[in-house]
Every structure is written in C-alpha cells, then in structure tokens.
Design a binder for this molecule. Structure first.
Ligand code: SF4
Length: 354
C-alpha cells in the first residue's frame, strides 16, 4: 500500500462547508480501539476496565469499507498501542478512506518502545499524508509519575518523544506533540513541567504542547465519580499565560490550535461550551464495542454498528440521532471543550477563529 490520501485543502473545504449547511456525513471519527490500559491515572477510570469482546480487526475492516469518507481519524484508547493489530487498524482506514488526510494517536508511553517504533513506521510507510502522535505528559518527573501512578513514566515519555523525533528525520509525514491535561492535581505546574522538558529537549517550544482540561465522562473516561476539575484554581490565568507565550511566537500553522486554547480559557472561567457543538454532524465517537455516541462526553448512544452490519448510515438519521441534533439546536447538550470535538466546532463556526 502506498496511498496518497487526502489533502489539507480537502479537509479545510469540508470544514468550511459545515459553516453553511449540514453535512451529508461526518468527516471526523473519534475511535477508541481498546479500553485496555496499563496506566493508573488519578484522572481516569479506564484502566480499571478489563474489556472483553471489543471490535476485531475484521469488524473494523468492514466498518472502514462501508464508511470510507473520513478525512480525520483519532485512534484512541485506553492505550491504542496495546492492540497488537494497531498498525493494521490504521492501515485499514488508510486503504479505504481515500480522502483521509490525518490520523492522530495518543500514547501513554508505557508500551515497548521498539514495538511502537515499528508500528509507527509501518503506518507512515503507507504514505498517509499526516500522522500525529500525542505523547501524554501531565507534569515534571515526580508529578507526572504521581498523576499517572507509574514510576518512571516521565522518563519513558521522554524516550518515546526522542524516538519519534528520530523517525521524523526520514518521515516528514510524522508530527508529535506533548499532550498536557490540566487537572486539580497539576494546576499551576505547567511552567515547571515545560522547563523540565526543556532540560531534555532544549529546542522545545510552547507550540510543542497541546493543552487540555481534565473533564468527566460516563461514556468514555468512566470517571463521573471523580473530583478532578481544575476550574476555579487559577486555571484560566495559567492558560492565559500559556496562550500569550504561544502568541509571542505566532505561527499561522497553529491557527486552530491557538483558537482552541483561547476558547479553553473561556471554558475554564465559565464551564460552558464556548462554541456551538458539531457532534453528529461533523463527528462522532465510536467505542471499542461498536457503540456510537455524539461525542466522548455525551452519554447518549444512538446505536451499535454491529447491529447494522457496520454501516453507519443506517444509524445516522435514526430517532435518537435526530433527538441529539435537536438538543444541540436547543442548546441543551452537555458543556464540554475537548480536542476530540472542539476543532470541528471551531472550523464549523469559522467567524469565531478569525
Ligand atoms: S487517561 Fe489515558 S493513560 Fe490514563 S488511564 Fe485513562 S486511558 Fe489510560
């Protein structure tokens, strides 16, 4: 396989189109390929699940054949690289979704580094236009290891990042970023974390970090019982500081990421979704068992792809899906601002980022 895939222009055009009309089908898929995870995060309960009967590679292949229009796919977990067929899953999407431009994959850096390297190269060698690996990092050495519950996790994240930098030398279609989630456990600690990373990677900049806020979700993180929110702990001030540092080194390539961060400041102040949600229009969340939800944060299942022979179009306009769209129209969707959904919301409300 050596597919050319889609283009950023194709993705941008679809996102622009979504400003003016409802889309015929979604262009962004958020897919949790497994709930297995070897981490012990204080912010998430996924690691307590021992999942059984998750979608097989054959089932995922069928799904990619019948729904071959995605331009952007986030393959998430648990820890996605715990699936031995992780590269084949990505390849099934690349093979069938001819307009696919970008795949993003987060990792907790706890898998065998040589295995991850092999799988990343395998995916890159398909010719996928862009693969972005997000290396989770929630603090400086002691803090990250404490939040993640795994001694040595910080050092493994650094090793993983270095390995990805090395791959990038021969694979310009790879990008990597640190994924920093602010929770009540690390609020106010970004600068110290940034400096600790700079000791390892002197050229690292604020643009090498993607910032999220810890949020609760019954559907995805299974953490509705946890008190983890940093809201009200000076978080909006911390985010404003990060934002202004990013803007000092302004890079137009980070337009949407900067817009996401700016709106995250609003979300941290008010706890309200800052831009109209585009779930079940531009995007959806598919869990490891084939259940389809509007988003990772919204516990409102519209069906299961196993019950419709893996054909999403058979669920897309059912009564439950239309009910979700009506709720969004009425403004009664849950408040959320996560990277899984926010980019589609921003690019589908373009005036908010200009
Ligand atoms: S946040 Fe990620 S790494 Fe941590 S337990 Fe949840 S799925 Fe695993």
């Amino acid at each position: 396989m050596n597919g050319k895939g889609g283009s950023i222009a194709g993705l941008a055009l679809t996102a622009l189109k979504s400003n003016f009309t409802s889309l015929e089908r979604p262009y962004k898929l958020n897919f949790s390929v497994t709930y297995n995870c070897q981490s012990r995060c204080l912010t998430c309960n996924i690691w307590e699940i021992r999942p059984k009967d998750e979608l097989t590679l054959e089932e995922i292949r069928k799904f990619t054949e019948k729904n071959n229009y995605f331009k952007w796919i986030t393959i998430t977990g648990g820890e996605p690289f715990l699936r031995s067929d992780m590269a084949d899953i990505a390849k099934a999407f690349i093979e069938n979704c001819k307009d696919l431009y970008i795949i993003t994959i987060p990792t907790n850096s706890l898998c065998n580094i040589d295995m991850v390297k092999r799988k990343v190269i395998e995916v890159l060698d398909t010719g996928v236009p862009r693969l972005v690996i997000t290396v989770s990092l929630d603090g400086y050495r002691e803090l990250h290891d404490k939040i993640r519950g795994i001694p040595g996790n910080f050092d493994k994240a650094m090793e993983n990042y270095r390995m990805l930098q090395e791959i990038k030398r021969d694979h310009p279609n790879l990008d990597m970023v640190f994924g920093y989630t602010i929770s009540k456990f690390n609020s106010g600690q970004f600068e110290k974390t940034f400096n600790s990373v700079k000791e390892v990677f002197p050229n690292v900049t604020y643009n090498d970090f993607h910032i999220n806020l810890a949020q609760t979700s019954e559907t995805y993180y299974k953490n509705a019982n946890l008190s983890i929110s940093p809201i009200g702990n000076g978080t909006s001030e911390e985010l404003s500081e990060i934002y202004s540092k990013r803007m000092r080194m302004y890079d137009p390539m980070h337009l949407v990421e900067n817009a996401f961060l700016k709106k995250l400041i609003e979300f941290a102040k008010e706890g309200k979704t800052p831009v109209k949600c585009r779930s079940l229009d531009a995007s959806l969340f598919l869990d490891g068992w084939g259940n389809v939800y509007p988003s990772i944060m919204w516990n409102r299942k519209i069906g299961n792809i196993r019950e419709v022979d893996y054909d999403l179009s058979k669920l897309w306009h059912n009564g439950e899906a239309e009910g979700v769209r009506k709720a969004i129209k009425n403004g009664s969707e849950p408040n959320e601002w996560t990277s899984c959904e926010a980019y589609q919301s921003l690019t589908g409300n373009i005036l908010k980022i200009l």
